[in-house]
Write a protein that binds this ligand. Sequence first.
Ligand SMILES: [Zn+2]
Length: 136
Amino acid sequence: MTDPVPGTVRYFCPLECGWHYDQPPPSLADMAGIVPASSAYLPEFISWMARQAMRRCAELVDQAAREHLATHTTEEFAQAIHDLRVRCENLARQQAQQTSPRDDLWESLGIDPDRVSREEFEEYMDVHDRKTRNRT
Ligand SMILES: [Zn+2]
């Protein structure tokens, strides 16, 4: 297996079927076919040529992606959307269950909420965090 050209960007199928497309950066050969605009200054011409080469790369990626996506069925798109929704819901559920370091501290200190409310504790911790941050 040969290593890809440095600067090669790998594009994956958004449906995560395993397909990918490797787009190498524009080469001198790619630029050879680009016809220069007449009476352009050299720096402008070089940047114009680079833009044309980059546009050509983008067109190749777009074409490869479109051709590949056309091989997928409507059911596969629907399944991919469903899977992403399930994954998002699972992440949201995980996040909701996670406790913060402040929750742990609140628990371990065993503060009586009738004497110090959770809001007061949060304010105190905000002040503490701000002072700690300013010290560094
Ligand atoms: Zn695919």
